[in-house]
Design a protein around this ligand. Structure first.
Ligand code: F6P
Length: 353
């Protein structure tokens, strides 16, 4: 055990339901282990500005049920540069902070690495509705977002049934189709369109026509925002080609708010405890991950390289620090992840009519 006296916790990037469960867990577990806690407001921006205050157990009461983040969030350009980083380091030094738990997505983790390199031990916790951080099977907030999505789409289906319509529903996910795909299976969508897989519009139209012929009245198509503006025009083409009246709906930030599900509360609590344990064990530059249903941790730099490898954005020189076995393990992991996504995509197509 290292002799940590005080840690800080912040949330950064897009908010996600369950972030409050993490903040609560980090605070309570640290205090239970005689470590003081500072809550930092508005992410790295707040860390640079010294916008923080000490937290006691009661400061995080009644937040586990709430969506958003009680610490607020912000994106900061200044924090990308040395001057900004030094301001953050100074805030920590001035307040006697020995470690930081940073909750958010890949941008948050890059910031955590930058601070770790400059001597402040940092642990990242993945929280984004998109579930697009490849090193972990799960990111806090996704389950709530998917459940909100299916509630909204179930409502749309009711009105589609009444009016014999098709509703094309666009959901968030930035460049990832995870929310659209899983919610699409859960609502029985006629088709799911995501950026990871090519699709054939003619086949989708044909499928709708066949279903219409055998008496189907309501049609739901889920589309991920990663496909850009495709959804609205696609909706018009569906109506023109099938003569099924069609509507377009963009759920947007609606699915990012709301009270977190059990999964986001429990996994968030678990990850918060793990982050404090890692700091107490003297670890730094680690990200807490869920893999094969187990909480574990990885080096952040490794996790970000793995993420870029999976997304096809990695530069070959990024692999230089790793052994052949490690690179092979990374490739195997990415192939498995892709295979899992393909399996779900196939399910979504095989069981929709
Ligand atoms: O990363 C979470 C997310 O909600 C994405 O799904 C979406 O593309 C993006 O953030 C929206 O960002 P903003 O809140 O800046 O509009």
């Amino acid at each position: 055990m290292s002799n940590f006296k005080k840690i800080a916790v912040l949330t950064s990037g897009g908010d996600a339901p369950g972030m409050n469960a993490v903040i609560r867990s980090v605070t309570r577990y640290a205090l239970a282990n005689n470590v003081d806690v500072y809550g930092v407001y508005e992410g790295y921006k707040g860390l640079m500005a010294g916008n923080l205050r000490p937290f006691k157990e009661r400061d995080v009461s009644n937040i586990i049920t709430r969506g958003g983040t009680m610490l607020y969030s912000a994106r900061s350009e200044e924090f990308r540069y040395e001057e900004g980083l030094q301001k953050a380091i100074k805030t920590c030094r001035d307040n006697g902070i020995d470690g930081l738990v940073a909750i958010g997505g890949d941008g948050t983790f890059r910031g955590a690495t930058d601070l770790s390199i400059r001597g402040l031990p940092c642990i990242g916790i993945p929280a984004t509705i998109d579930n697009d951080i490849s090193a972990t099977d799960y990111t806090i907030g996704c389950d709530t977002a998917m459940n909100t999505t299916i509630q909204m789409v179930d409502r749309l289906r009711d009105t589609c049934e009444s009016h014999a319509r098709c509703n094309v529903v666009e959901v968030m996910g930035r460049h990832a189709g995870y929310i659209a795909l899983h919610a699409g299976i859960a609502v029985g969508a006629s088709a799911v369109l995501i950026p990871e897989f090519a699709f054939n519009e003619d086949q989708i139209v044909e499928k709708l026509l066949v279903s219409k012929d055998y008496g189907k009245r309501n049609f739901i198509i889920l589309i991920s925002e990663g496909l850009g503006d495709y959804g609205e025009d696609f909706t018009k083409r569906i109506e023109a080609r099938t003569k099924i009246e069609a509507r377009f709906a963009r759920l947007a930030h609606v699915v990012r708010g709301g009270s977190p599900t059990l999964r986001d509360r429990v996994t968030g609590s678990e990850m918060g405890v793990e982050a404090v344990k890692l700091l107490l064990a003297g670890k730094s530059n680690r990200v807490v991950c869920l893999r094969d249903n187990k909480i574990t941790d990885l080096d952040i730099t490794y996790a970000l390289t793995l993420d870029r490898m999976y997304k096809g954005k990695m530069k070959p020189e990024e692999l230089a620090p790793y052994s052949e076995e490690q690179v092979e393990a990374m490739r195997t992991y990415c192939a498995q992840k892709r295979a899992d996504l393909e399996r779900y995509y196939k399910i979504s197509m095989d069981i929709s009519k």
